[in-house]
Design a protein around this ligand. Structure first.
Ligand code: HEM
Length: 144
């Protein structure tokens, strides 16, 4: 009795396939959690600092901004609510109001992010999903 012998290789194959198909419930998890967000932020800000349209808006000491961005992106992509726990409600559009954000600057910000994502080992599909998710807020922050 039990599993007919001739069927068992098929069953083994089925489970072998299922074992590699892992599902994640958040982008944060799919990307690899905190270290992956940290890596992305580390790759992103040097590009911002080199960009002629973006650099003038940012302070010379970029570290505090990077830390806040790490906290924010962690929660934005479905990880722990690091940003809100430390700084309260994000109100991100409001926090950007002191800075003249044009459509060109939103494009530039997203382009820096696209290039930072490209440098990571994240799958092209996940890169596209993350960039898509960020483009809504980026254009929403346009205020000038
Ligand atoms: C659209 C183009 C954008 C521009 C030009 C821009 C520019 C800036 C600037 C100048 C700051 C302040 C730096 C400082 O502390 O002096 C800032 C802060 C920040 N930005 Fe953006 N940003 C843009 C889009 C985004 C997007 C799309 C996100 C995330 C969805 C984001 C997340 C943040 C966060 C988390 C902070 C720190 C806020 C805080 O001080 O608590 N930004 N941004």
């Amino acid at each position: 009795m039990g599993v007919p012998r001739e069927k068992s290789p098929d069953i083994a194959k089925k489970y072998e396939k299922e074992a590699v198909r892992v599902t994640y419930s958040t982008i944060y998890e799919a990307a690899g959690g905190g270290p992956a967000i940290r890596d992305l932020v580390e790759r992103f800000y040097p590009k911002v600092q080199e960009h002629p349209l973006l650099a003038p808006l940012f302070p010379e000491d970029i570290r505090p901004v990077m830390e806040k961005q790490y906290q924010f992106l962690t929660q934005f992509f479905g990880g722990p609510s690091l940003y809100s726990d430390l700084h309260g409600h994000p109100m991100m559009r409001g926090r950007h109001l002191p800075f003249p954000i044009t459509k060109e600057r939103a494009d530039a910000w997203l382009d820096c992010m696209r290039r930072a994502l490209e440098e990571t080992s994240l799958s092209p599909e996940l890169q596209r999903i993350m960039l898509d998710r960020l483009s809504g807020p980026a254009y929403h922050f346009v205020n000038s």
